[in-house]
Write a protein that binds this ligand. Structure first.
Ligand SMILES: [Zn+2]
Length: 149
C-alpha cells in the first residue's frame, strides 16, 4: 500500500503521519496490499463535521483518511490507528456496503448490519476502538517511549 500525506506543511507532522500509518499498516498486515492511501489534513473538520477523522474509499484500492489539522500528540496517533483499522476492514472486505434501492446496506463479515445499530455498537467501530490503543502502545514500545507491559 502506497501512503501519501497531503495538505500538511509541518515536516515533523508529515513524517509522523507517514511513519505511524506505515507502522499500523504493517501491524494490521495490509502494508503489502495493492492500493493507495491518502492521508489528508483538514482544517476545521472537527468543528464543521463533528468528527476528528474519517475514512472513505473514492475508487477501488483508493483509501482516503481525513484528519482534523489540530489533532496532536497521542491523540493524533490513536486517530491514525483507528482509521487504519477501518482501512484494513475495507481492504480485506470485512466491512463493505452496497447501494440497494437507493439505500446503503452495510455488511460486516458478509452479514447485513441493522441500520439502527448505535454508532458505538457498530462492529467496525468496536474493532477500531479496541485496536487503536493496542496499536499505539506497540508503536510507542517500538520507539522506546512506552515502558509499561
Ligand atoms: Zn471509526
Amino acid at each position: 500500500m502506497q501512503i501519501e500525506v497531503t495538505n500538511v506543511r509541518n515536516r515533523d507532522r508529515k513524517t509522523l503521519l507517514e511513519r505511524s500509518a506505515l507502522f499500523f499498516a504493517r501491524q494490521l498486515k495490509i502494508a503489502d496490499r495493492y492500493g493507495i492511501l491518502v492521508i489528508k489534513s483538514v482544517p476545521g473538520l472537527l468543528k464543521n463535521e463533528r468528527t476528528a477523522a474519517r475514512m472513505d474509499m473514492f475508487a477501488p484500492f483508493v483509501y482516503v483518511i481525513e484528519i482534523d489539522s489540530r489533532i496532536t500528540g497521542e491523540n493524533l496517533l490513536e486517530t491514525v490507528a483507528h482509521e487504519m483499522v477501518h482501512v484494513k476492514q475495507r481492504a480485506l472486505g470485512q466491512a463493505r456496503h452496497e447501494i440497494r434501492g437507493g439505500r446503503v446496506v452495510r455488511f460486516w463479515m458478509g452479514k447485513k448490519v441493522d441500520p439502527k445499530t448505535h454508532y458505538y455498537d457498530l462492529p467496525w467501530e468496536v474493532e477500531a476502538y479496541t485496536k487503536q490503543r493496542i496499536l499505539v502502545n506497540s508503536l510507542l514500545k517500538t520507539v522506546g517511549m512506552f515502558n509499561d507491559v
